[in-house]
Design a protein around this ligand. Sequence first.
Ligand SMILES: NC(=O)C1=CN([C@@H]2O[C@H](COP(=O)(O)OP(=O)(O)OC[C@H]3O[C@@H](n4cnc5c(N)ncnc54)[C@H](O)[C@@H]3O)[C@@H](O)[C@H]2O)C=CC1
Ligand SMILES: O=C(O)[C@@H]1CCC=N1
Length: 277
Amino acid sequence: MSTTDLSQFPTIAFIGGGNMASAIIGGLIRQGLPKDRIQVVEPYEPQRQTLQQQFGIHALPAADSSLAQAQVVVWAVKPQTFAQAAAAVADHSRHALHLSVAAGIRSDSIAQWLGNDQIVRAMPNTPALVGQGMTGLFARPQVSAAQQQLAEQIISTTGQLVWVQQESQLDAVTALSGSGPAYVFYFLEAMQQAGAEMGLPAEQALQLAIGTFSGASALAAQSGEAPAVLRERVTSKGGTTFAALEHMRGADIAAHFIGAMHAAERRAKALGDEFGG
Ligand SMILES: NC(=O)C1=CN([C@@H]2O[C@H](COP(=O)(O)OP(=O)(O)OC[C@H]3O[C@@H](n4cnc5c(N)ncnc54)[C@H](O)[C@@H]3O)[C@@H](O)[C@H]2O)C=CC1
Ligand SMILES: O=C(O)[C@@H]1CCC=N1
């Protein structure tokens, strides 16, 4: 995570004030962005109250002319509601940089809805809530280097980032790191269940599973060695890991897992086709 000084940062408007917006707003505030530099449009009253309680931010129920102050507009609405939300904002925001986190919705669609080509698409993930997000970014050619840097500064308050060169690669990022936390939680659930079946208290099983994921991830990040090498080092011939991995090979777990990720990528493309207009 960067430690950029955000005290001189421009005003940022968020369209949609749910999970992903909250993760980014939290990162920006942690790094010193004054709250009066943040605007949010959030039509759902209970969520506006949550934003008030969590961050002390007064969100607008609908877009209005005050959005014209924002130099950056972050789009954090569901793909299904993007077109409708864009119609309400477009007239108030002709000159901003637009940063969309919506899965699947292509920048061609956004440019058409907003009449503006200055668009960066981002695919973050929910560990952004604790400053450990992993985000893929793509910039349209019309986005300046200074605007790219602005997008980077915003996203880096939530964790790490990578730029991709082709917009279509964002669908792969979505399938990998965007949806990825759900795969990790799914494995954690299975490991906890297995631990409990083998006689461990459920809480202890979950602690062991979480510690194993974070420890193995740290080892993979720091050792510089390929995951296959690290895996082999755990696997004694004829030992316990070998027994588990043979079972997984027999059930073709890797192929099923890879197939699941392809399904996520296909869904990202379909969302773009279905709701991109
Ligand atoms: N949740 C996740 O793990 C990730 C989500 N995303 C993307 O982030 C976007 C937002 O997802 P979440 O934050 O999870 O959803 P969310 O449902 O928590 O937030 C969306 C918010 O938009 C508000 N909203 C609805 N219509 C609106 C309108 N016309 N104008 C302004 N706000 C409106 C809703 O009331 C809601 O609070 C989605 O497009 C999703 O694809 C991207 C990466 C990860
Ligand atoms: O499931 C979804 O559509 C969103 C995009 C990535 C994570 N959640």
